[in-house]
Design a protein around this ligand. Structure first.
Ligand code: 13P
Length: 261
């Protein structure tokens, strides 16, 4: 598989599937085995799937020796303690988990996630060697009110409040406009590129130019086999965070195997 195009050297494409609250542990392991077999060696891009917590161990076991890596969908920032229902970063690395999605819009909308809790989780993930995939993005009302840049220029600096410039290459940001999630309404490749370039500029504003060039910024929201090539052809889009289309091996495989213009 070839990649590179106009994307800056060093930003390896990150193709991530967020399974949300789908798949039992057995279903997840079957998926990973099947996907790994279909992909073979894929060392010019990173392929990540994010099962629910209960599916992490079996997915890691199924992925062993393959080019598929495993992410969690959330993490708590404390190392241990009386925090019923929470999962510590060290518990994820203990299982062999590679990355963690932080601040997904569903957690912000339904579970009280804030920019401040996102920042604590990002710091804890980095401290434990987990790759944080930090989610940002505006609602439909915010977009219509012309507030997209205002939202992103709050979420990015606040979410990265505890990060230092040299860590930018060890984290990823996913721009997921909420109106595009699960709706079939993808941002056009041009609109996604524009928003993602803005996200990158925000990283530059807080962490400097070098950090902005090394951080990977992904697009998420109704990514499908029929729009992946156009999205990945954009110079600032370094990968994708895929919901619905990551639940089937055939569709996720096609997304992972994007063709760059
Ligand atoms: P969909 O791809 O189903 O729109 O979901 C996007 C998403 O929320 C990934 O985190």
């Amino acid at each position: 598989m070839s990649s590179g195009g106009s994307r800056a050297r060093g930003r390896v494409p990150l193709m991530a599937g967020n399974w949300k609250m789908y798949k039992t542990s057995g279903e997840g392991a079957d998926f990973v085995r099947h996907l790994a077999g279909e992909l073979g060696v894929a060392n010019d891009r990173e392929v990540v799937v994010a099962p629910p917590f209960t599916g992490l161990a079996s997915a890691v076991a199924a992925a062993r020796g393959s080019s598929v890596k495993v992410a969690a969908q959330d993490v708590f920032w404390q190392a241990e303690g009386a925090f019923t229902g929470e999962i510590a970063p060290g518990m994820l690395t203990d299982l062999g988990v590679y990355a963690v999605i932080i601040g997904h819009s569903e957690r912000r909308q339904f579970f009280g996630e804030t920019d401040e809790t996102v920042a604590k989780k990002v710091r804890a993930a980095l401290d434990n060697g987990l790759l944080p995939i930090v989610c940002v993005g505006e609602t439909e009302a915010e977009r219509e009110a012309g507030a997209m840049e205002a939202v992103l220029s709050r979420q990015v600096p606040k979410g990265l409040a505890g990060v230092v410039a040299t860590e930018a290459g060890a984290l990823a940001i996913a721009y997921e406009p909420i109106w595009a999630i699960g709706t079939g309404r993808t941002a056009t490749a041009e609109a996604a590129q524009q928003a993602i370039a803005f996200v990158r500029s925000q990283v530059g504003a807080v962490l400097g130019e070098e950090a902005a060039e090394s951080v990977r910024v992904l697009y998420g929201g109704s990514v499908k086999p029929d729009n992946i090539d156009e999205l990945m052809a954009q110079p600032d889009i370094d990968g994708v965070l895929v919901g619905g289309a990551s639940l089937k091996v055939e569709t996720f495989k096609r997304i992972v195997q994007f063709n760059e213009a």
